[in-house]
Design a protein around this ligand. Sequence first.
Ligand code: SAM
Length: 343
Amino acid sequence: MPETNWDFNETGVFDWIERELKPEPCTSEEFVYNEMESQSGYSLPVIYQPFDAGNKWHWSDRGMLFDFLYSTDGEGKKLLDFGPGDGWPSLIVAPFAREVIGVDSSEKRVKVCTENARRLGIRNASFVSYKSGSSLPFEDNTFDGIMAASSIEQTPDPRKTLKELFRVLKPGGRIRIFYEALSDYKGGYERDIWIVGMGNRTCKLVLFNRDPDNEYALQYGLTIAMPGRELTERLSDGGEVSFEKVSVSFLEEIKGIITRAQVLKTIHPSAKTWISWLKETGFKEILPAYSGGMAAVKLFDLYTDDNRPSDLDSTDEAIKKVVRIVTGLEAPVSLDPMITAVK
Ligand SMILES: C[S@@+](CC[C@H](N)C(=O)[O-])C[C@H]1O[C@@H](n2cnc3c(N)ncnc32)[C@H](O)[C@@H]1O
């Protein structure tokens, strides 16, 4: 079970939850991923939305596809997608790889990914589940490359997870890691709120207490017998839900309809920490590099609406070239960029 440390708790709200609700420590799939019908809110281009060449974020998505593909040297190869969520990036990378296997500790996510692959007619992507914290269900040296998007930091022990990923990667194989560091939250964004709908009558209020200096976050999940829409209205400030609206008196008022309280601790390494952990695991040629997603967005802005590629194939052709360049360019560690490493 994750250990908790309440030292940086300033608001009283977290103290109240601790004292009054005694939240149960849990893993991330127990906290949220087992419950969500779509982890991405059905927002993913190609997987859920038709590709739109006029949408900058769809370009970013294609940029990320080629980032993972080129950084892992994965064209025509066998790749692992660690923690695929709704099938990202596995399902968009699959058409360019020989085979993609997604492994996730949430059975729900595996079910969703498998159904998405079936719906999209993708035959070379498959998904398996395993118990969080245990060994990955693969032999040593199985994969030519590994893609990990916002997932290693969701595991109970990211350092141990890196060791497992190293084990299942072939010698000479590459891992590409996209992760959420906490540096962006410094200076007022440490506390946060998120409401997850869980059907018509119940929702989950998620309250974040992030500690960027110590590279971890605590999330409190309160299951509340109230429709998500109603809770959203109660906690909105100018149209958006706001952490400041959550007070001890509000929690006192709804205490009787809080049916469950959970707490999740996640560790969020900075680039500097990732690099030292990758080294100690045995990885070499560790490269913090610019991301293909960011490059694709910049490229989008260089075009006008009249001269921008207008379909998926021509967009991909334009994006591929810049992604090949930027994913090989070292980025400053202070930016917490994506990281590539070789076994
Ligand atoms: C933030 S989501 C990212 C999903 C997807 N890669 C994306 O970027 O859209 C984190 C994913 O990691 C998975 N996950 C959490 N703990 C895990 C573990 N111990 N092993 C494998 N996957 C895990 C979750 O179930 C979820 O699918």
